[in-house]
Design a protein around this ligand. Structure first.
Ligand code: 2RA
Length: 297
């Protein structure tokens, strides 16, 4: 386990085993087969190439090209531990992974021409501090200390706001443009039209996404539901009679992405609406990276 000099020496426990954090240096990768990076883009840029140079296969949670095992395994063709040279494989952004886990099986059947995504992203996507902030603020609001929040900081509790990523000259923020660009990369389709609106919501760790899909070939809702029921890593929760559909709480701490509200778009022929929920920490980041690493063995 590698980290900055400041964290070196700390003890971490994972599955009842203790690990001592070591300082990350360019020499940290001698004899390493697989290196999981999740320390932000600048660290990946600085140390990813050094790790590849030492022959490690880097699975990176922040960089250039993107891979979801159930969606585009071909992106890893020929990359294996012991092949005698390193490689760099990147985890897509969490909102992209969760969206494409449901949209891709439908795309593979009827080719998506245009995708409109509205995301409702959990605090976990902004890090552990944001989760602590949400919990603290929620307590404070109930303890009638809310005036403190309005003075001090962004209110997560009982509030939602446009995603905290920087807004670009085109008016989209970086989170939205990741969905646009990564979908085209992962589907190897530079023509697919994607637009997204990413919102941060007062939910701890699972993202929700409303997705409208326009297809090249006809695809009815019953066929779409059957495709999704058989899609790897996806569970269908679509019970209209009891109004039971995916919720962030129901998918939290679970590996599968849940999809429901599967229906024809009544505003235009050839379109479907779906609603997707997935745990941002698991399938949105850590699980996807570990699945990539497992494919390398
Ligand atoms: C978010 N993209 O803001 C992040 C998760 N890594 O939710």
């Amino acid at each position: 386990m590698l980290a900055s000099k400041r964290s070196a020496g700390k003890q971490m426990t994972f599955e009842d085993r203790n690990y001592t954090v070591e300082e990350l240096t360019a020499d940290s990768f001698d004899g390493v087969d697989i290196a999981l990076f999740s320390a932000g883009g600048s660290i990946s840029k600085q140390f990813g190439p050094a790790a590849v140079e030492k022959g490690a296969i880097v699975v990176d949670n922040s960089s250039a090209f993107r891979m979801i095992p159930e969606v585009n395994p071909q992106a890893m063709r020929g990359i294996k531990v012991g092949m005698g040279k390193g490689a760099l494989i990147a985890n897509p952004n969490c909102s992209t992974i969760i969206c494409l886990m449901a949209a891709t099986p439908l795309h593979q059947r009827a080719k998506v021409l245009r995708m409109v995504v509205s995301t409702y992203q959990a605090a976990s996507g902004a890090g552990a501090a944001a989760m602590e902030e949400l919990e603290l603020q929620t307590r404070e609001v109930f303890l009638h200390l809310s005036i403190l929040i309005y003075i001090l900081c962004v209110q997560y509790a009982f509030n939602l706001f446009s995603h905290n990523a920087p807004v670009l000259p085109n008016g989209y923020n970086e989170e939205e443009m990741k969905l646009v660009k990564e979908t085209r990369k992962i589907w190897s389709d530079l023509d697919v039209k994607v637009t997204a609106t990413c919102i941060r919501v007062p939910v701890m760790r699972a993202h929700a996404e409303s997705v409208n899909l326009q297809f090249e070939k006809p695809l009815d809702e019953d066929t779409a539901r059957e495709i999704l029921k058989n899609a790897p890593g996806v569970v269908v929760i679509d019970d209209r009679a009891s109004n039971h559909f995916p919720t962030p709480l129901e998918v939290s701490n679970k590996d599968d992405v849940a999809v429901g509200r599967i229906r024809q778009d009544l505003s235009q022929e050839g379109k479907l609406d779906i609603f997707v929920c997935g745990d941002q920490i698991r399938k949105g980041a850590a699980l996807n990276a570990v699945q990539i690493a497992e494919m390398l063995l």
